[in-house]
Design a binder for this molecule. Structure first.
Ligand code: ADP
Ligand code: MG
Length: 422
């Protein structure tokens, strides 16, 4: 389960990724306030019903002048190491439901433990597996946010899918939150929140009789999470409350592919950062990103679709379009003059170096050529002007066979992996 070659490269990138992730977070507060108003009028809203509804909630919050004094972001910035340039390019920044804080730490421990046992035979040294602190740092961020809310009987509420497949990852985080910080958590689906939730006149969110200090979304990022109006009512209810949302609606929207593409345009980062060095560092990890208004890029993607990824405004894996389907869709949308063009972005396809890996699934070990994707976790907590936490928290390594286009462990394409320093 751990690639033995190519890991030195990955780690060199890892350290660079840390500071990138830090600087990303510094401008995050400004971003979530400034940019989200900019996308209100976007064409994406007209043609993408799901993003449109999220934007409607956001507009309602602007209309009612909703203040969010306390902001909590638990992010994961994902990167692939581009073989040609040897640069880490950002795949995306997750601002909602950044998963695997719990399991990635356990995998790092598993690898260290296995090397302790079998390291001699394998000629590996367990000290070369870097420590992974994400589960305790994420728990710390949630506990600090809970503390800012300042009500000792309140709980952290995880918003979860009805048929949750990643429960143990979430559970592990909740165990650390309780054991290390004495903070209780509850798990509720959006439908349960609609049925059991209310907002008191002073803004307090009560669900199932309990006061909620922090709403931690591990669902709500995909249209499948909203099968009826009930789920949308729950989302609006929480947003109207004074509970701390991780993330708030604007923070969620900042993580969309469309915003990622807008940020890559010339002179946009300059709106949020003053320091030229910071801007240059961030820009260096942006791959090519384009809106489908760019006729030249669309033409190029039709001619050479293998060099691009076509991405809709979706999260959770399994939604991106590759290869000949990119060509087919672009030609069709162009011929129809379809507004649907605005629902997609085009991204430069990144080709990481493949290395030999052993992938274990359901107890069976497969050897294959594999590529890896590195995620750097970060936490950002602010109360009004006071920044309480703004730090990198640990890492996630995911590995998949090099022939697979898509990523995502929960989506069934990748396995959890670790880092070995060489
Ligand atoms: P999601 O929000 O669904 O996770 P991502 O943008 O992270 O969407 O893409 C899903 C997966 O597709 C990634 O984990 C990665 O494996 C692959 N992928 C995405 N963008 C690229 C790209 N530009 N080049 C190569 N692979 C990509
Ligand atoms: Mg992703």
């Amino acid at each position: 389960m751990w690639p033995r070659r190519g890991m030195g490269l990955v780690l060199a990138g890892f350290l660079r990724a840390c500071w990138r992730s830090w600087s990303m977070m510094l401008w995050f507060g400004a971003l979530s306030m400034g940019l989200s108003s900019g996308i209100k009028a976007s064409r994406t809203k007209k043609v993408d019903a799901f993003t449109g509804r999220l934007l409607d909630i956001h507009s309602k919050m602007l209309e009612m002048n909703k203040r969010e004094d306390i902001r909590l972001g638990l992010h994961r910035s994902d990167y692939m190491l581009d073989a040609e340039t040897n640069l880490l390019f950002q795949i995306e920044l997750n601002t909602i439901s950044s998963s695997f804080a719990g399991l990635s730490c356990l995998v790092s421990e598993l690898h260290r433990n296995l090397i302790n046992h079998y390291g001699k035979d394998l000629e590996l040294d367990s000290r070369r597996v870097p420590g992974n602190t994400v589960v305790s740092r994420y728990a710390e961020a949630l506990a600090k946010a809970w503390n800012e809310y300042n009500n000792s009987s309140a709980v952290v509420m995880l918003v979860v899918q009805t048929e949750e497949r990643n429960m143990y990852d979430q559970h592990w985080l909740c165990v650390v939150l309780r054991e290390m910080h004495g903070v209780a958590s509850i798990r509720k689906s959006l439908a349960e929140i609609d049925a059991e939730g209310q907002v008191l006149p002073d803004g307090t969110l009560i669900v199932g009789g309990q006061t909620v200090a922090v709403v931690y979304f591990r669902a709500g990022y995909s249209p499948n999470d909203y099968p009826s109006e009930s789920e949308w009512r729950a989302r609006l209810l929480m947003e109207q409350s004074n509970a701390i949302k991780c993330p708030s609606i604007s923070y969620h929207l900042v993580g969309t592919k469309k915003i990622q593409q807008e940020l890559a345009k010339p002179n946009v980062l300059e709106r949020f950062l003053e320091n030229e060095n910071d801007i240059a560092k961030l820009r260096k990890c942006f791959a090519g990103l384009w809106s489908l208004d760019n006729i030249d890029v669309v033409k190029s993607a039709i001619e050479r679709p293998e060099l691009y990824v076509l991405k809709p405004q979706r999260e959770g894996g399994g939604n991106n379009i590759y290869g000949d389907r990119v060509r087919e869709i672009l030609i069709r949308l162009q011929q129809e003059g379809s507004e649907e063009l605005a629902t997609y972005i085009l991204m430069q396809r990144i080709f990481p170096t493949a290395s030999c890996a052993y992938l274990v699934r359901e107890g069976i070990c497969h050897q294959d050529h594999a590529i890896s994707e590195l995620g750097i976790y970060g936490a950002y907590l602010r109360n009004k002007d006071k920044v309480i936490m703004n730090d990198q928290c640990g890492y996630l390594m995911r590995t998949k066979v090099s022939s697979s286009n898509e990523g995502g462990v929960a989506a069934g394409f990748a396995v959890l992996d670790g880092i070995y320093l060489t």
